[in-house]
Design a protein around this ligand. Structure first.
Ligand code: ADP
Ligand code: ZN
Length: 735
């Protein structure tokens, strides 16, 4: 039957069946489609539907909608993919996220349909089974393979090779000799229950108590939120692996969220050692073929553990029973484009809807999480010390006003001394500076000309290694000209301030024999390069590493005993609500790189503000005191977590029209007690990628329905097409 005849059949039937199908486009609701007579649909089914001139994959959202659209105007569902339907809990979750973030439901759905090819029948892979008759006389190694395959399950060469410890070549030559038979097979879902071989680990005192508490919560099949708090190296990962193991015993799926940058080979190897199989991996770098089988495995419920970045929360789990949010304080959990959501907060929502535990893990919990734990909203589990008695490093503050570096240099005499001692002892040092390139500003000594990005309110950063100037906001690049564009003078440029390249240059001048190395995202650009760099550091091929924050997380270098923070004040500038908190977290984490094994570590922090609260707290290693002070200040100011914030960013190419619109918008803001609208004001990045930017900050009491207020306000205005408006609930970034 052709599609048009299907359609006319439907039109003849006044009681034609309809489905409300949601499609992954910026639309706020599901639309009606006719269900052909010969098609059965359930809510949650993945279907193909016509959309405009094209067609698209969508999800049957409901089957009971009462729309009064004339059936003659409706199109029919083209195909049911015959896949496990998207669970109701997951659909509720997507609706919740859309409401909370004030995004279109279709845009939220798009985050779940993140591997649409997965709905097509999978491409077969080659697998091996036993032939009708197996030869009697075979060498022992080949006999082992035969024994493995006697259970009748076909396996891929890689899986046989891994199980037996033989080479893939041997398997192929057995097939050539007729000792094995090849058969096509669907690619197996990653991390299935029967592949898992958990290896138990003996936990010590506090670890055992915490693990027991988590196991009990996992077995309870109800919502709970837990903060697992403990210094780096205290065994938090080992403890939450116990919760994962318990979830697997319950037959449910577990998700471990990590900041993208920590999805390191080291972590995956550890997982594999503990569980005997690799987890399904999910982040932006995972190749399409692997995404496809991971998505299918998760949606069908066969894949039991996913380790992923924030987007992994949106996979359509068939039966999720646990979410771990490791490094819960990390700002990369906030997605800053498209749907603006915080994966940590949405993980809590997901756990509530799915009635299972969520575990937030950190050595430096966010203030939000800490306050929730103190108020009893979260269970609190604490691991007080490092495993196997490893000591926390000693932190020394270097007051740069008292012991400044030489002119034009950035490493002060005390830090230089510590570097010399460490190098002489045959140990490694890390110099931390969160700034890529050679220098953040280049100016002309003759006329004062400064190189600035043509599309952003930002200086161009010099990258001497690539001999060019670069904007770190939009990616604009240019070569360094011979003569100054302002006064035509030659050789008049001066670099102002350091980036990692400049620090490396200084270290090389100070220690010509030392092997130095830069670890920054523009130099180390792929997971393979990170792996190689980590191995080189572990194998002592570098003495002094100069790194940005990509080194701060996850890695463990047994011979690294000195950390020097080149500019501890860097993150404290600017008026960001969380500047202090972020700086504390980052510098604490960087400090944790020093001395994790038997060797004790030392940390030196260079600062012009030794009396600053954050620096003092770091020196005393007094996190709780710092959080208490920070908490009191936020409470006084009515700032999160004691009040609520939203921001509106409005941008456009024409500054005058932008300001006109913003003024009109401000006048329309409804007035209520306990809600304040601040702005419009120029955003700190007032010009970005060729667009001028203005922002409003909306500040409200803790229990004010902020979304409702914004809907009331913004519902009355039409944004001119040249302008763009973004609503950010619980903003993390204030640039
Ligand atoms: P965290 O996640 O708190 O940083 P980890 O779980 O990574 O701590 O533990 C730090 C190191 O100590 C890891 O190498 C881990 O394998 C080891 N470790 C922790 N607890 C134990 C234990 N009970 N037995 C053996 N090794 C342990
Ligand atoms: Zn730019």
């Amino acid at each position: 039957m052709s599609q048009s005849s299907l359609l006319s059949d439907e039109i003849a039937d006044p009681a034609a069946r309809r489905a409300q199908v949601l499609v992954p486009y910026p639309l706020s609701k599901a639309y009606d489609y006719l269900i052909p007579h010969n098609m059965d649909l359930r809510a949650g089914d993945y279907v193909r539907v016509p959309l405009g001139k094209r067609d698209t994959v969508g999800v049957v959202w409901t089957l009971d909608g009462k729309d009064d659209v004339d059936p003659a105007r409706l199109k029919a569902v083209q195909q049911n993919f015959q896949f496990e339907p998207m669970p109701q809990t997951h659909r509720q979750f997507l609706e919740w996220v859309a409401r909370y973030t004030m995004s279109d439901l279709g845009s939220v759905l798009k985050m779940s349909l993140s591997a649409p090819e997965a709905l097509q029948p999978p491409k077969a892979v080659q697998a091996y089974t036993l032939p009708p008759s197996v030869p009697e006389q075979l060498p022992a190694a080949r006999r082992k393979i035969i024994t493995l395959l006697e259970d009748g399950l076909p396996r891929r060469a890689v899986d046989i090779a891994r199980a037996i410890g033989c080479s893939a070549t041997m398997i192929r030559s057995m097939a050539d000799a007729g000792q094995l038979k090849t058969v096509p097979m669907s690619p197996p879902a990653p991390c299935q229950l029967d592949h898992l071989r958990p290896v138990p680990l003996t936990l010590v005192e506090h670890q055992a108590t915490a693990a027991e508490a988590l196991r009990t919560l996992c077995a309870a099949h109800q919502y709970s939120a837990v903060l697992l708090d403990g210094v780096t190296g205290s065994g938090k990962t080992e403890v939450y692996f116990e919760a994962v193991a318990e979830t697997l015993r319950q037959g449910k799926q577990a998700l471990i969220l990590l900041p993208e940058i920590s999805l390191s080979a080291q972590f995956l190897q550890r997982f594999e050692r503990r569980f005997g199989v690799a987890p399904a991996l999910w982040h932006s770098e995972v190749p399409a073929a692997q995404r496809r089988i991971a998505w299918t495995g998760v949606a069908e419920g066969r894949t039991k553990v996913v380790v992923g970045a924030r987007s992994a929360l949106f996979l359509p789990y068939q039966d999720l029973g646990l979410v771990i949010v490791d490094e819960e304080h990390d700002s990369s959990y906030k997605q800053e484009e498209g749907v603006l959501y915080n994966a940590r907060d949405m993980a809590i929502v997901r756990a509530r809807l799915g009635s299972f535990p969520v575990v937030l893990v950190s050595a430096t919990p966010s203030l939000e999480t800490m306050v929730n734990a103190q108020q009893g909203k979260y269970h609190y589990l604490h691991l007080p010390s490092r495993h196997a008695g490893a000591k926390m490093p000693d932190v020394h503050v270097i007051n740069l006003k008292a012991t400044p570096p030489e002119r034009g240099r950035f490493i002060s005499p005390p830090l230089q001394q510590a570097l010399a001692e460490t190098f002489a002892a045959g140990e490694q040092s890390l110099l931390f500076l969160n700034r890529r390139g050679y220098s953040p500003l280049t100016l002309c000594r003759t006329c004062g000309y400064r190189f600035q990005c043509p599309s952003c309110s930002a200086w161009l950063v010099e990258h001497r290694r690539f001999s060019r100037l670069q904007c770190h906001h939009c990616g604009f690049m240019q070569n360094v000209p011979k003569a100054c564009p302002g006064c035509n003078d030659e050789n008049s440029f001066a670099a102002c301030g350091p980036g990692v390249e400049r620090i490396q240059e200084e270290v090389q001048a100070l220690f010509p024999e030392a092997r130095t190395f830069i670890l920054a995202s523009d130099v180390i650009t792929s997971p393979n390069m990170i792996r190689a760099a980590v191995r080189d550091i572990e194998e002592m091929r570098h003495d002094i590493i100069v790194g940005t924050q990509i080194i701060a997380k996850g890695h463990h270098f047994p011979n690294l005993t000195l950390v020097g923070v080149v500019d501890a004040d860097l993150g404290l500038a600017g008026g960001d609500l969380r500047a202090g908190e972020r700086t504390f977290q980052l510098l604490h984490q960087v400090s944790g790189r020093a001395g994790r094994a038997e060797k004790p570590g030392r940390v030196y922090m260079q600062t012009y503000m030794p009396e600053q609260g954050v620096i003092r707290a770091l020196a005393k290693n007094d996190r709780d005191d710092f959080l208490a002070v920070e908490s009191r200040e936020r409470e006084k100011a009515g700032m999160p977590p004691f009040g609520r914030l939203a921001s509106l960013i409005i941008s456009g190419p024409d500054e005058i029209k932008l300001d006109q619109f913003c003024r009109a918008l401000a006048q329309r803001a409804p007035r209520y007690d306990d809600i304040r609208v601040l702005g419009p004001a120029a955003a700190p990045m007032a010009y970005l990628r060729g667009r001028h930017r203005r922002r409003f900050l909306i500040k409200a009491g803790k229990n004010i329905p902020l979304q409702k207020y914004l809907a009331e306000w913004l519902g009355t205005v039409k944004v001119p097409s040249a302008l763009q408006m973004k609503t950010d609930i619980d903003p993390q970034s204030f640039f």
